[in-house]
Design a protein around this ligand. Sequence first.
Ligand SMILES: [Zn+2]
Length: 243
Amino acid sequence: MIDEKSRKITPWKGKNDLTPTQKFLKQTYDTYYAERRRKVSDCEEAEMINSYVPKMSPFCKSVRFRKFGYTKSGVQRYQCTCGKTFLPTTETIFDEHKISISEWMEYCLNLFRHVSITADSWSNKNAFATSRYWLQKLFMTLEDVQNGIVLAGDVWLDETYYRVRSEDVIRNNDGNKLPVISRNQICIGVATDKTHNVILVEGFGRQSQTKTLEAFKNHIKPSSTLIHDKETTHKRLVKLCRV
Ligand SMILES: [Zn+2]
């Protein structure tokens, strides 16, 4: 069972008759752990957060609000004319964060460098569940990030496949896995006009004309030139580009 405690505990916890080596190792580990788990109030991040002045109330979108004291951590609080109070971090990914933003940043950097969340949770001394929760939070934040992107001019398009998580693998009745490209593969379309990129899940299993069209129709400007591997499943999208 991987839980938060397992990251904190050393074999020498609660023992008094430690050898100098054990004492040294325990102290070093405990210091490192504490360093990784600094409370927001102990970091100097309030100043950084306060440098962001909200443009409007995150709740009612009103621009009529005033300064309204500070939190215990020294973060500027604001109050809207409707009475609701908020912070610069309210309704952002850092809302209600218990650990410092710098740790959040390190987590994101690791993730973007393809460090697995298991490895990250060990090196950052986080519970695995925390790392997974952060991942979900990050995905929610990024969910709409590609919405307004429309590629134009020369547009390169190709698909790649990723296997679903092992717990989602579907097997045949005889217990064997399905063929290589099957519902166990996530089809991801990648398109670029060398200014912007659009990366979308087209669906599970083999690509199809409908899947490709549905994924990309709002992301490629009509009369663009589609540069691709002549995959027949791109046909309907190519037609759309000729409009
Ligand atoms: Zn309001």
